[in-house]
Design a protein around this ligand. Structure first.
Ligand SMILES: [Zn+2]
Length: 304
C-alpha cells in the first residue's frame, strides 16, 4: 500500500488521512479497493522506500460523498491528472491530453475503507528501496496505490537484506488473526493515543530506558504485540523515547530476562549514545507483569 506520493494526492481527490503505523484509508474509487482482507500481511511504502509491514486486524467501512474533480473536456470528464509543478496550464489530463487550470468540482458516492493494523506493525524504513518493493509486486509496472504481492517473496527479500527486523511478528499475528483470534483488534481499538496518555499519567515524562524526556518525544511501546494472545493488557506497555522505541522494535535494545538490565546489541557498539545503555537499569521499575512480554521480546530477537 502506497502511503504517500502523487497517487495519493492527485488532482482528482483531496488525499487520505493515513498514519502508516496504525491505519490506512482508501475508497471504492481506487482500483483493487475490495482486495485487502483481515489477516493479510500489508506492506506500506512511500515510493522511495519500504516504511513497514503489519497484519490487517480489521477493516472499517463507511459511505460518504467524496469531493472529486474532473477534466473539463466535455467528452472526457475523467479524474486522471496531476498538478504540474511549474508548467502552465496547471493540469494535463492523462486520459485525453487536455490542458487546463480550472478543474470541474463535483461529488461522488463512495464506500470508504480503513484498515487497522497497529498491533503487529514493524517499522522498516529503508530496509528495501522503492524499486525493490516495486519489483516484488505481482505487477511491477502498475501505478495503483493498492498492489498485490506475495508475502513469501517479501519476507524472503527482507530476510535477504540481513537487516535486524522482526518479520516473525507478522507471521505470528497472521496466525493469531486467521486462527480465529479476531479479538487481536482489541489492541488497536484501545488506541495508541489513549494508551500513551495512560502511560504518561502512570509514569510521568519518563522514558523507561533513558530517564526523563519531554512528552513530545515519548511513545507508547506495546509490549503485548510480542505475544499474539489477542488481549489488551494495561501493564503491557512502556513509554520509550522515539528512537529507543524504534531500536526496541528492531530488537537492538532489549531487557535481559534474568538481570532485567538493558541489553544493547553488538550492532550498536559504534554508537556511544546507545552503547552506553548496555547493562544499565531501566529508569522505571520492571513489574512482574512486564516480564512475560519482555521475555517474549527477548526470545523473538535474541534466541532465534
Ligand atoms: Zn480529459
Amino acid at each position: 500500500m502506497l502511503a504517500v506520493g502523487d497517487n495519493r494526492r492527485h488532482g482528482g481527490n483531496g488525499g487520505y488521512d493515513d498514519l502508516p503505523s496504525e491505519h490506512y484509508s482508501w475508497d471504492s474509487a481506487v482500483p483493487n479497493h475490495g482486495k485487502p482482507a483481515i489477516g493479510d500481511v500489508m506492506a506500506v511504502w512511500d515510493k522511495k522506500s519500504l516504511l513497514g509491514i503489519s497484519v490487517i486486524e480489521d477493516i472499517e467501512t463507511d459511505k460518504r460523498k467524496k469531493d472529486v474533480y474532473s477534466c473539463p473536456n466535455p467528452v472526457c470528464g475523467k479524474s486522471d491528472f496531476q498538478p504540474r509543478k511549474t508548467l502552465r496550464p496547471k493540469y494535463v489530463c492523462l486520459k485525453c491530453g487536455h490542458k487546463f487550470d480550472e478543474r470541474v468540482p463535483g461529488t461522488k458516492d463512495v464506500i470508504t475503507y480503513r484498515s487497522r493494523h497497529a498491533a503487529a506493525w514493524v517499522d522498516m524504513p529503508g530496509v528495501l528501496t522503492g524499486d525493490e518493493v516495486r519489483e516484488l509486486c505481482d505487477k511491477p509496472k502498475t501505478q495503483h496505490s493498492i498492489r498485490s504481492m506475495r508475502w513469501e517473496k517479501l519476507r524472503d527479500a527482507i530476510a535477504a537484506t540481513g537487516a535486524p527486523t522482526t518479520i516473525d511478528i507478522a507471521d505470528s499475528a497472521q496466525r493469531a488473526i486467521s486462527g480465529g483470534h479476531k479479538r487481536v483488534t482489541v489492541r488497536a481499538r484501545v488506541g495508541q493515543a489513549a494508551f500513551r496518555l495512560q502511560l504518561l499519567k502512570a509514569q510521568g515524562e519518563l522514558c523507561a530506558f533513558t530517564g526523563p524526556q519531554p512528552a513530545a518525544v515519548l511513545e507508547a511501546a506495546h509490549l503485548y504485540s510480542y505475544a499474539a494472545t489477542g488481549e489488551h493488557h494495561d501493564s503491557g506497555g512502556l513509554l520509550l523515547r522515539r528512537d529507543i522505541h524504534r531500536l526496541f522494535d528492531l530488537g537492538l535494545i532489549a531487557v535481559h530476562p534474568k538481570t532485567t538490565t538493558l541489553d544493547v546489541a553488538p550492532q550498536l557498539a559504534g554508537y556511544p549514545l546507545y552503547a552506553s545503555l548496555h547493562g544499565a537499569e531501566p529508569s522505571v521499575r520492571i513489574r512482574p507483569k512486564h516480564r512475560p512480554w519482555l521475555q517474549a521480546h527477548w526470545a523473538l530477537h535474541r534466541e532465534s
